[in-house]
Design a binder for this molecule. Structure first.
Ligand SMILES: Nc1ncnc2c1ncn2[C@@H]1O[C@H](COP(=O)(O)OP(=O)(O)OP(=O)(O)O)[C@@H](O)[C@H]1O
Ligand SMILES: [Mg+2]
Length: 382
């Protein structure tokens, strides 16, 4: 195992007093974020399993990667497993690997994710989405610290650290018997709670400046400044999508910005939450541009009128068209988070994923040698 990387890293300062990494790849400026960072620094070098809880877009994946990079395993692989993408029929082969001929189409042996993470860290993202039967198998691996490939004869010892993230209260899932209690305790040796962006307002402007830098560089723009009124607007916005939403707002703003500074008028913020009788026209207005530019109307009335017009126009495949438009908008509204889209629409993640693939919004799944589909965000990164 390697020695720890130097700390604190030398850094540029995109926000007033913001702490940022060596490659300036994260911001923890608010006092409550600094507390979290201090916790992270303390626990990162240990080998303890860590459960990272927080709303969507708060930075859980970023924190997991940071913990790995600050651990003694930082030279080993960092493998991300998106548990929400599991299909039960494939999980054995994917998690545990298989030997040649283990099942029809298993040509050649293939290591699973646990083996790939050997010597490093496995990050079980969206662990709350893991189906119960898979939880049983996972628990066995954690207890035994060894995996058996499908069709294999000998267990393979594994040496890795486990990080997991959840967007929902796992204790609640345990109480509802939807999550195994013993697995919960095994994962939750240490827990980190990542606050929503609204709960750490001191991060908002430094993060905005950081994203302005990031996207200005990417777009080849000169560095743009935020005016004080723009900063105020950012601080007051609701940020339901947390840091991811802020990042998208800044990106969107820069794409359309024609001024030398970013003022309140040029910020591309989402429309404020509508009152019951005053809802922005969003759903079926895809053709006319962004929902945030739309005037306020009674949403359902406008929606019905639009449907009526579609019926009158004898639009082909009307149901499909409407459904696709809704998914398209919801996916953007959810800042491109599949789990958030699924929650918003009240349909399963697998259905969301399949439809996004059909619409070309996300990449097609890769195939196992057996030819079965694997969810597209089944991702392994080292
Ligand atoms: N403190 C931070 N500094 C800089 N960028 C951040 C910070 N926190 C989050 N981000 C950025 O915000 C985006 C969302 O973060 P991330 O994917 O880690 O959130 P998450 O909590 O895992 O979301 P989800 O639950 O939806 O998967 C990413 O682009 C990430 O790089
Ligand atoms: Mg995540």
């Amino acid at each position: 195992m390697a020695t720890l990387p130097a700390w604190p890293p030398s850094s540029s300062q995109p926000g007033d007093g913001a702490l940022c990494g060596a490659a300036a790849d994260w911001i923890f400026a608010d006092p409550r974020s600094r507390e979290l960072l201090a916790d992270i620094e303390q626990i990162a070098p240990s080998d303890a399993s860590i459960l990272i809880a927080g709303e969507t877009g708060t930075g859980k994946a970023l924190i997991a990667r940071h913990i790995h990079s600050r651990s003694l395993r930082h030279e080993g692989p960092f493998v991300v497993v998106s548990c929400g993408a599991f299909s039960e029929s494939l999980v054995d082969a994917e998690l545990f690997g298989y030997e040649n001929g283990a099942f029809a189409g298993a040509f050649g042996a293939q290591p699973g994710w646990f083996e790939e993470a050997n010597g490093g860290t496995i990050f079980l993202d969206e662990i709350n989405d893991l189906p119960l039967p898979v939880q049983n198998k996972l628990l066995r691996v954690l207890q035994e610290r060894e995996v058996m490939r499908l069709g294999g004869r000998r267990p393979i010892p594994i040496d890795l650290r486990i990080l997991a993230a959840t967007t929902v209260d796992l204790e609640q899932l345990v109480a509802e018997k939807r999550f195994r209690k013993d697995l919960y305790y095994r994962l939750n040796v240490v827990s980190l709670h990542v606050l929503t962006l609204k709960e750490r307002p001191g991060d908002i402007v430094p993060l905005a400046r950081y994203f302005i830098d990031k996207y200005s560089r990417r777009l080849g723009y000169p560095r743009l400044e935020l005016t004080p009124d723009a900063e105020q607007l950012l601080i007051q916005a609701p940020w339901h999508g947390n840091v991811r939403e802020l990042e998208n707002v800044i990106h969107r703003t820069l794409l359309r910005c024609e001024r030398s500074q970013i003022d309140a008028a040029s910020l591309r913020l989402p429309a404020p939450a509508p009152a019951q009788s005053e809802v922005p026209v969003a759903a079926l207005d895809a053709a006319s541009g962004s929902p945030m530019d739309s005037p306020s109307h009674d949403d359902m009335t406008v929606l019905r009128q639009a449907m009526r017009r579609l019926c009158e126009s004898q639009t082909e495949h009307l149901h499909q068209t409407v459904e696709d438009s809704l998914l398209y908008e919801a996916f953007r509204f959810s800042n491109y988070s599949q789990s958030e889209t699924s929650r918003l629409l009240g349909i399963s993640r697998n259905v969301v994923r399949a439809r996004l693939i059909r619409l070309g919004e996300i990449g097609a799944p890769r195939k196992t040698p057996g030819g079965a589909d694997i969810g597209n965000d089944f991702r392994k990164t080292s």
